[in-house]
Design a protein around this ligand. Structure first.
Ligand SMILES: Nc1ncnc2c1ncn2[C@@H]1O[C@H](COP(=O)(O)OP(=O)(O)OP(=O)(O)O)[C@@H](O)[C@H]1O
Length: 331
């Protein structure tokens, strides 16, 4: 198996007085070796819960997970040395330099002191290694955090929201760093709720919504699959819109009726539209593919697209009534 990370049917419910919060609802994910893989989903969709479960920090209620072909959490003691992770932003001593910070961590983790210089070089902090952390930009602090996770030279690096709060320059540096790590043979998984970050940094992506996988694959494929299928159809007479929508739906298309046109998706070939409408004596004055912007693809997939006049909650976790806890591992 070349998958470095495999998750199948992961379940996690949080219990509180208000009920049971189903944070993960049969979540699946596969990450192949040598990829920079984006784990994308809106706030509250279950990303941190997945990563914390994977690292043995919380217990799932069901499903299975494997890292480097070994079932976890059972094999975590054996694979832990091959996994570097930052799931909560690490706090560094502001008055320490990056070099002192990493030396301390290397010493505590039984890592060769020489590795400190290697990781400083890798994350591009060598020139600032003897400056105090309090003089660093946010991007530099994030890279120091990555450096700390790289000390033990992991095969799999897991980063929760590493680009959070970074400006475009910081994101560019992070992208170069991730690319270099992947080229050195490392597999990188990074979570984000911002599509633009993932798109710039990652090869492949898993999109999560309400605790379930809603899309996965190469970034370009996922976007192409969901972005290029809509066609705007204008008719010579707007009076024909409703009847034409009905005819197209019979072909299996999804049709939205707008004030002066139709939006049609779900058809392999737009020529079917003109054919069926002409057959009904209706003539098309415009037929144009609509290039959906990438942010809307993500919002549509994750069901958080803003609805006019409504302030929808981004946190989309399902609340189920309180009931007996599901059987989980180690119970
Ligand atoms: N300890 C907890 N107790 C109860 N509910 C929790 C707990 N941790 C997370 N949740 C809930 O589980 C759901 C998933 O949260 P999670 O933090 O995994 O989402 P996320 O995708 O990482 O979000 P974000 O992008 O905001 O970090 C949310 O509804 C959250 O409120």
């Amino acid at each position: 198996m070349s998958a470095v990370l495999e998750i199948q049917g992961l379940q996690k419910t949080y219990r509180s007085r208000k009920g049971v919060r189903r944070a993960l609802d049969g979540f699946d994910m596969v990450v192949e070796a040598g990829q920079v893989h984006g784990f994308l989903g809106p706030n509250g969709s279950g990303k941190t819960t997945t990563l914390r479960t994977l690292l043995g920090l919380i217990r799932p209620n069901g499903g299975r997970m494997a890292i480097l072909g070994r079932e976890v959490p059972a094999a975590l003691p054996e694979v832990a040395g091959s996994v570097g992770a930052i799931v909560e932003s690490p706090q560094f001593f502001a008055n320490f330099t990056a070099q002192d910070t990493l030396r301390l961590l290397a010493d505590a983790g039984g890592v060769e002191p020489a590795r400190v210089f290697e990781v400083l070089e890798l994350v591009g902090l060598r020139d600032r290694a003897t400056d105090r952390v309090k003089t660093y930009s946010l991007g530099m602090k994030q890279r120091l955090a990555v450096a700390s996770a790289l000390l033990k030279n992991p095969k799999l690096l897991i980063l929760d929201e590493p680009a959070n709060g970074l400006d475009p320059g910081g994101i560019r540096e992070m992208r170069t760093l991730m690319r270099n790590l992947a080229e050195s043979g490392m597999t990188v998984v990074l979570s984000s709720h911002i599509l633009a970050e993932i798109q710039l940094i990652c090869d492949s992506v898993t999109i999560i919504a309400a605790g379930r996988r809603v899309a996965a694959g190469a970034v370009a494929d996922v976007l192409a699959q969901h972005a290029s299928s809509s066609v705007r159809v204008r008719l010579e007479s707007a009076a024909d819109l409703a009847a034409s929508a009905g005819a197209l739906r019979q072909l299996g298309a999804q049709v939205t009726v707008e004030s002066d046109h139709l939006m049609v998706s779900g058809l392999d070939r737009p020529s079917a539209i003109t054919r069926v409408l002409a057959g009904n004596g209706v003539f098309v004055s415009e037929l144009s593919p609509v290039s959906v912007d990438l942010e809307s693809v993500f919002l549509e997939l994750t069901g958080t697209a803003p609805v006019e006049g409504e302030h929808r909650q981004v946190d989309q976790t399902v609340m189920a009534p309180a009931g007996p806890a599901q059987g989980g591992w180690g119970h």
